[in-house]
Write a protein that binds this ligand. Sequence first.
Ligand SMILES: [Mg+2]
Length: 382
Amino acid sequence: MKITKYESFLVPPRWLFLKIETDEGIAGWGEPVIEGKAATVKTAVDELMEYLIGKNPMNIEDHWNVMYRSGFYRGGPILMSAIAGIDQALWDIKGKYFNTPVYQLLGGKVRNSIKVYSWIGGDRPAEVGAAAKEMFDKGFTAVKMNATEELQYVDSYKKIDAAVKRIAAVRESVGADIGIGVDFHGRVHKPMAKILAKELEPFHPMFIEEPVLPENNEALREIANHVSIPIATGERMFSRWDFKKLLVQGYVDIIQPDVSHAGGITECKKIISMAEAFDVAAAPHCPLGPIALAACLQVDATCHNAFIQEQSLGIHYNKGTDLLDYLMENDVFKYENGYVKIPEAPGLGIEINENHVRKMAEIGHNWRNPLWRHTDGSVAEW
Ligand SMILES: [Mg+2]
C-alpha cells in the first residue's frame, strides 16, 4: 500500500482536519491543530507530507521517527501537532486495512468505556452553579471550570474570594459525588497559586489544572507542599522528553497530554505508559473536534492509568458548529451516565461526513485566543 495524496481542511469553529489517501482506496483522517495557529500547523503538515507521499502507510513507527528526528529541530506545539494529525490518519488507515479498531493494534482494551467531563462557565466563569446542575441532570458525573479571570502576580483577595464562591456554588448545587476539575489555565502565578489552591481545598476539587504555566513547573513543588488536591498539567507539553522532567520532579498527579498536540496516538500512548510507572494518572486534553476525540478514546482504551477524558460537546469555543456536526453517525459519542463507550468501528471508529467537511472548509476560520490585559495595561495570561 502507498500513500497517494492528502488534503487538509480548515473548518469551523477552530479546527484543521487532514485526509490521507492510499492506492488501495483506504483513506484515514487526522486532526493536526493547535488552537489559534491552525494555518501554521497546516504548513508544517505540508512540509512533512512531502516525505510521506509514495511511502507505505503501515510503517507508522518509522514514519513517526522520521518526522520527529530527521528535521534536526524538533518538538514544540507546531511540529508535534502536525506529526499528531498525520499519525492519527496513519492509524486510521491501518485499522481500516485490518478491519479493526486501533485499540486492538495497540494491545487491546483494558476498559469498555471511560468517564468524560463537561466544561461549564466559559472563559470568564460566572453562573457556574446552574451550569453544573444542568450537566449533572444530563448525567455527567464530572465537570471542569476555569478558576478565575486574569490574576496579577500578586493580586487582591477579593478575586480569590470570588473564585472560592464560584466553586462553593458548584459543590453546593451538585453535591459531594461530582468531580470538579478546576483549571487555573496558567493564569495564576506562583504567589497567588498557592493561596488559591489552599482556599479551594475544602471544596474537594477532583484536581487543579495548570496551577502555574508549564514553563514554571518547578513551582508545582510549592503547591504540592501546600495542598493535598491532585495536581494536573500537560496540555502544553508535547513529547516524552517534555513529560520526563515533570514525572521525575514528582509533583504531578495527573498528566493531560493532547493526542492532537503531543505527537498523536503513537507518542501519547508512550507518554501515558511512562507516567504509569510513576503511579501518575492520565486525563487526555481534548477541547477539539471529533477526530481528536476519537483518537483519544483509542488511546484511553489501552492505558490502565487513563481515568477520565475531556470532550468538547457544548464547550464555549464551539460557537455555531459542534463536536458531532462532522460525523455521519452522531451517536458514536453517546454519553451514558457520565461515560462514553470506546468506539468499536475500524480505525479511529468514526465516519467523517466529507461533504459537510468540504462545505464548511469553504467558510474556514481564523480563530485566535483573546488578548487580555491587566488594569495597568500589561499583557495578562489568558
Ligand atoms: Mg486546561
